[in-house]
Design a protein around this ligand. Structure first.
Ligand code: GLN
Length: 199
């Protein structure tokens, strides 16, 4: 990685945060687990892991983390979200009356691939990367995305990977593979963000 040492805040109220930590530490980033707002302002990037979006949203509110995390995303902190994390970023969720961070103009459907296909792995062509092993676990997809949202990956014509401003969102779990290319690309973003805000 580059010389700029970056610190990532991994939101760790529930779900698969340890897996993200492992990946980003092996790529040379310092990782802190975020369970309260205290360390948030010192983070150069934010990671929203998979898990259960309703539980994560509820806990984030209870721990007074919700507004500070949303504010960090809106102020441009590079954010990497997988699965439940992507659901939290969606402006609207068709099968959930709740709204969470709502910072990506898109509509998400939870558990969208149905029971038969609840969990599966498939290689998809990810924009800017090529064939990438994609692990789906009770994954959402995006039913529609706003015009400024860049589509990075689709599966059966459904959007499963996007980039919008400082936010990267995936319905699948790159952190459960040993392919670090997506995480590295995101980290490059974090490094330039950190260099910019520190100069
Ligand atoms: N099904 C979960 C939800 O709706 C997401 C699953 C995951 O993060 N692996 O929140």
């Amino acid at each position: 990685m580059s010389k700029v040492k970056v610190r990532l805040g991994i939101v760790a109220v529930q779900g698969a945060f340890v897996e993200h930590r492992r990946v980003f530490e092996r790529l040379g980033a310092e990782c802190v687990e975020i369970r309260n707002a205290r360390l948030l302002d010192e983070c150069d990037g934010l990671v929203l892991p998979g898990g259960e979006s309703t539980t994560q949203g509820k806990l984030a509110r209870e721990l007074s983390l919700f507004e500070p995390v949303r504010a960090a995303i809106l102020r441009g902190v590079p954010t990497f979200a997988t699965c439940a994390g992507l659901i939290l970023l969606a402006e609207r969720i068709v099968d959930d009356s709740a709204r969470y961070f709502a910072t990506i103009p898109c509509v998400a459907r939870r558990n969208a691939f149905g029971r038969q296909n609840a969990s599966f792995t498939t290689a998809l062509d990810v924009r800017g990367i090529g064939a990438f092993p994609c692990v789906f676990i009770r994954a959402p997809y995006l039913e529609s995305v706003g015009k400024d949202v860049e589509i990075l990956a689709t599966y059966c014509d459904r959007v499963v990977g996007v980039r919008y401003r400082n936010q990267w969102g995936f319905a699948f779990h790159p952190e459960l593979t040993d392919d670090d290319r997506l995480a590295s690309q995101y980290l490059a973003d974090v490094v330039s963000y950190a260099a910019r805000i520190r100069s």
